[in-house]
Design a protein around this ligand. Sequence first.
Ligand SMILES: [Ca+2]
Ligand SMILES: [Ca+2]
Ligand SMILES: [Ca+2]
Ligand SMILES: [Zn+2]
Length: 348
Amino acid sequence: MARRISRGPLVVATATAALTAFTTLTGPAAADSAPQARLFMVNPVQSTGDQGLTDAKDGKDATDPVPASAYATAPLRNLDGSGGLSGRWVTVRSDTGASAAVADASAYGRHDDQFEQVMAYFWVNEAQEYLQGLGFGSELPGANDRVQPVRINQWGADNSYFTDKKAEIRFGKGGVDDAEDAEVILHEYGHAVHHAQVPGFGTSVEAGAIGEAFGDYLAVTVGEHALAKYGWQRRADLACVADWDAVSYTSAAPHCLRRIDTDKTYADKVGQVHADGQIWSRALHDIRAALGARTADRIVINAQFGFAPDTSFTDAARTTIATAEKMYGKAAADTVRKAFRDRLVPGV
Ligand SMILES: [Ca+2]
Ligand SMILES: [Ca+2]
Ligand SMILES: [Ca+2]
Ligand SMILES: [Zn+2]
């Protein structure tokens, strides 16, 4: 962004002019002229329906295995105008390799390290815009309505995670590069949302499981919202999380990191957060099916403000039922209660 630099008495007038220009740029017209990004429509397995897609036919991270039809173009919103992937809800840094330029965002493909940076910016922004659209940050308290720092590295470990010390998300590679799959990005953002709602959330195994469940659930519900918004197709199961990242560590199709529609109940608990999370995510999935995405998501996320960092399934379920009753009345509360009872959560 070239901007004239003035010195001396003209500086105040110039600053005012720049401010005016900025205001104009961020008005409604800006949405139409927003820079475009090339990205996956959630992920290429889900959008093509091709369960045979693989990471590497002729070399790691090669362009070839994924057809051009798996990519779409969509606007990058809420950028700060710096020319990099930095904006109102997310800032992306690359630990290894060159940083993406917004001006080139419509040209990258999965072989380019910058592609994952663009994916991370787009999908984190999309997630926070979705939460804003649900009323979080206006009618309801904000849920991680701040600039989310994201780091991308290419060091080779399959290790995306959210670190609560820095409230930062990191995406690695290993198999399919983690940030090539929006559901991996959104899962990690789910942890950031939870942590923003309840600092230190997840200190018991059951609370940890709820955290994993919410990440998986958020990945599905934000992905579905985006499909409808941009007119993209889903050609894989609604409940399958990370269809693309999972091709590198699952042999059977459909390839899913996890599902949110398993029949697990509280009796199937094994004390491992990802495994037990599927008890909770199935309940959320059922609530969404019964009440619709918008109502379900407003209840589920609003309830999370009231969870203790070391909550149990029982306490969290009770809080979610009470939140449903307060926001939508007894029928909604009964629907939510049934979802948790079906999972045999005790005491609800
Ligand atoms: Ca890649
Ligand atoms: Ca991976
Ligand atoms: Ca999926
Ligand atoms: Zn997780």
